[in-house]
Design a protein around this ligand. Structure first.
Ligand SMILES: NC(=O)c1ccc[n+]([C@@H]2O[C@H](COP(=O)([O-])OP(=O)(O)OC[C@H]3O[C@@H](n4cnc5c(N)ncnc54)[C@H](OP(=O)(O)O)[C@@H]3O)[C@@H](O)[C@H]2O)c1
Length: 431
């Protein structure tokens, strides 16, 4: 058997401990599969005295995580600290520069600095691997970078954040509103104390930027993503969407559009008949539209100790077998500076909910604005009938340019009879 592959693990939280557990439980199985053993030699986290529920005594404790880089008993640095800046970035840069492979689950780091880090890895003939950074237990990086390497990819899209999907599912099943469900999700451990990264679509946006880079051979560019989270959605939207034959999902889409690339992360109405509508709770799903394979869908658990640690191990085993690939599937210097589409030009059907005073003439005001922007209504209904209480007016449109829809929305918001920010969502046909 060849000599062991030696790991230094930085970060012993949910994912780091998961990696230790798998290696301790399946060391012989992994050695048989790789033809060599995979051994942890050194570990680091903030607090050396913390009980992490696993035996860490066989490994060297390194006080400063940065010192894992350059150690001569570490072939691969596993970065599981997190964050796009600070110690995680410094460690990854130092390890790559000193000729160590890096495996990370850090989507924020790669979404912001992926192109430069990929170049650094190549300059030093080492790998920068990140299967765990996107959709946890779904091996989507491997599938896109290797399995679909012979295809031109037209689009990649999916549900990329388990917390949001759990919350949308719970809102639909219980009929309860966003704030109540968020509190329950926090108590159940499905949402962080500061949930903004998840519910504002940032976490899912990081993942979409990485998928987009692999799909289209472009530099990951989180800044140019159009992102909106799920805060504005209430139980009425969820119920009405179902009545119209749709389900609301936080959907990330990267697609070729007019010779450029469109990237958007936002809540959408998807047809109940599409399998993506059935992806519920903490599950993720990723669809890839290619020329030869056509459409493929993968689904599974997107986060958590087991699925994420499993993805880390898959990268580590690739390295143990000598399978080293360019970070984004093409040599780093050939990654393109993308031309991003102006999504104002895209055309879709829309769902719009307005919270209005139930007074004569309100519907006429709404219709006038829609007519002025050349927006044709597919259906319109009023929910509630009390002159003293706000009521919801809900409409769906025929195909409309996004820019026109947004202009109409800002005019609705200025009407005295409209009491809240209009809730506008795209109806994504997914065809
Ligand atoms: N959790 C998931 O389901 C999941 C899924 C996909 C991707 N990820 C990604 O995986 C990475 C780790 O996530 P996690 O959930 O395992 O995080 P976590 O539970 O918060 O663990 C973070 C670990 O990093 C250590 N750490 C923090 N600052 C440090 C520093 N300055 N120096 C050394 N160690 C430091 C912490 O040490 P102490 O324990 O001593 O405080 C802790 O062990 C993140 O990039 C995350 O986005 C996580």
């Amino acid at each position: 058997m060849s000599k062991p592959l030696r790991l230094g693990i930085a970060g012993l939280g949910t994912v780091g401990v998961g990696v230790v557990k798998i290696l301790q439980a399946h060391g012989d199985l992994l050695a048989q599969r790789c033809g060599r053993r995979i051994e942890i030699t050194a570990i680091s986290a903030r607090d050396a005295s913390k009980d992490r529920g696993v035996d860490l005594s066989p490994y060297v404790w390194v006080e400063d995580a940065l010192d894992l880089a350059g150690r001569d008993d570490v072939d691969v640095v596993i970065e599981l600290i997190g964050g796009s800046e600070g110690v995680a970035k410094d460690l990854v840069e130092k390890a790559l520069a000193t000729g160590q492979h890096v495996v990370t689950a850090n989507k924020a780091l790669l979404a912001h600095h992926g192109a430069a880090l990929a170049q650094l890895a190549e300059d030093n003939n080492v790998a920068l691997a990140y299967e765990a950074a996107v959709a946890g237990g779904i091996p989507i990086i491997k599938v896109m970078r290797e399995g679909f390497a012979g295809n031109a990819i037209h689009a990649v899209y999916g549900i990329l954040n388990g917390t949001c999907n759990y919350m949308l599912t719970a809102m639909r099943e219980t009929g309860r509103d966003f704030d109540v469900i968020l509190k329950e999700a926090q108590e159940a451990g499905y949402a962080e104390a500061d949930p903004s990264f998840d519910i504002d679509g940032i976490d899912a946006g990081h993942k979409l930027a990485l998928l987009s880079a692999i799909a289209f051979g472009v530099k990951p560019d989180f800044e140019s993503l159009q992102i909106e989270g799920i805060r504005k959605i209430n139980a009425t939207d969820i119920r009405l969407a179902e009545e119209f034959g749709y389900r609301i999902k936080l959907l990330g889409i990267a697609r070729r559009f007019n010779g450029s690339v469109m990237q958007v992360m936002e809540p959408c109405l998807v047809p109940l008949s599409n399998p993506i509508a059935q992806i519920e709770d903490v599950y993720n799903a990723v669809y890839v539209d290619c020329d030869s394979v056509e459409t493929s869908m993968l689904s599974g658990k997107g986060a958590g100790e087991g699925p994420t640690a499993s993805a880390v191990l898959s990268d580590v085993m690739d390295l143990a077998r000598g399978n080293i690939l360019p970070t984004f599937g093409v040599p780093a210097q050939s990654l393109l500076d993308p031309r991003w589409a102006d999504i104002g030009d895209t055309v879709s059907c829309y769902y719009l909910r307005l919270c209005v005073l139930d007074k004569p003439g309100v519907i006429a005001e709404i219709s006038t604005i829609l007519r002025d922007h050349d927006i044709s209504i597919e259906g319109l209904s009023q929910h509630g009938r009390d002159p003293d209480q706000p009521v919801s007016v809900v409409l769906t449109t025929h195909e409309t340019r996004r820019r026109d829809m947004q202009k109409a929305c800002s005019e609705f918001a200025n009407l005295d009879s409209v009491l809240e920010e209009p809730c506008l969502m795209r109806i994504e046909a997914l065809s």
